[in-house]
Design a protein around this ligand. Structure first.
Ligand code: ADP
Ligand code: MG
Length: 319
């Protein structure tokens, strides 16, 4: 595709990192690995109308395409370094590319994440971003390390993005609350600093992309354990609670996707330390339950009864 489009992207995402020996412009990038680190890599694809609503602003698409990937690095406790971008769009659209690159760069800049290459093709609007980051050897967080007795935590608040999507789809009247929720959908905050802070203290970690029940379920499955969570402890924003009744808000928090918060488990001895660390980082973390022997995730309602959880979250190809 047009050289000028790639050049527009390159100019807007320049970072000047010393570990990028050859960046955008050659057949492939040449990168030097920092000594004594492991490399952590992830890729995610977003398709218009599937992963973001038709009509989403280009800058929001650029932000989110990177954010969902940085969230995967955060869940591993990695610090971000490099990204590759495969951009497919219906026509060469400089305005779209400028907006997209601006949103992408806004999120990339504070991490000094460098865009080191990619591919630009014609077709239905589809964006793949691959990211690479580092962590000290053996320190990356995984899903399979939860232990019976661990406390289960989540960062931030849950259910906002699903509610934001609902606001858009139902064309709810604009308000400060609906704007907040839609912003949470379009501009998720990857919890990079939290992931790094958790390297030493947390056992298992995952990011909440498909919904808490589904993603905590992945931790349980991989770790060979079960989890019990208390619905009353789910962290929920005042915007969510203002616009929706308690049952709807709870369902969004349990099963709604796209929040990109971290869900992690911590041994009892480290709970106070982890809570204090994450409070200091600003995102906060809430203890919502515990890891138990067995399998699957059970949710206790306000009266102590076990809830029937019908949907365990957004599953691709399920309907
Ligand atoms: P090639 O034909 O050798 O694969 P391309 O013409 O696809 O090269 O790309 C030229 C250069 O621009 C390469 O360095 C490639 O990594 C980079 N590039 C292409 N598209 C993008 C993009 N969307 N974002 C970032 N870099 C890109
Ligand atoms: Mg080539």
């Amino acid at each position: 595709m047009e050289f000028s489009l790639i050049e527009r992207i390159r100019q807007r995402t320049a970072q000047g990192r010393e570990d990028v020996r050859v960046g955008i412009g050659d057949d492939a990038a040449v990168l030097s690995m920092p000594a004594g680190q492991e490399q952590i890599a992830a890729i995610d694809t977003m398709v218009e109308g599937v992963h973001f609503p038709v009509g989403t602003a280009p800058a929001d698409i650029g932000w989110k395409a990177l954010a969902v990937n940085l969230s995967d690095l955060a869940a591993m406790g990695a610090s971000p370094a490099w990204a590759l971008l495969a951009l497919t769009m219906p026509q060469a659209d400089a305005d779209f590319v400028d907006g997209f690159a601006e949103g992408f760069a806004q999120l990339a800049q504070p991490y000094r994440l460098a865009l080191i290459g990619g591919d630009t093709t014609r077709g239905a609007l589809t964006i793949s971003v691959a990211v690479h980051g580092f962590a000290p050897p053996g320190k990356a967080l995984t899903r399979d390390a939860a232990c019976v007795g661990d406390a289960v935590f989540v960062t931030g608040t849950l259910g906002d993005a699903a509610a934001g999507l609902h606001c858009l789809q139902q064309r709810l009247p604009e308000s400060a609350h609906s704007s907040y929720l839609i912003e949470r959908l379009n501009r998720p905050t990857p919890r990079i600093a939290a992931g790094i802070a958790l390297r030493d203290a947390a056992h298992a970690c995952i990011d909440v992309s498909d919904g808490l029940l589904a993603d905590l379920g992945h931790i349980c499955h991989a770790s060979g354990v079960g989890a019990e969570i208390d619905a009353a402890l789910l962290p929920q924003s005042s915007a969510l609670l203002s616009l929706y009744d308690d049952a709807t808000a709870r369902d969004f928090a349990l099963s709604g996707g796209d929040d990109y918060e971290l869900c992690f488990t911590v041994p009892a001895t480290r709970v106070a330390e982890v809570s204090a660390d994450l409070a200091r980082l600003g995102c906060g973390a809430t203890r919502i339950g515990r890891i138990v022997a067995g399998e699957g995730v059970r949710v206790r309602g306000a009266q102590g009864q076990w809830l029937e959880t019908l949907s365990s979250g957004w599953e691709h190809f399920s309907a």
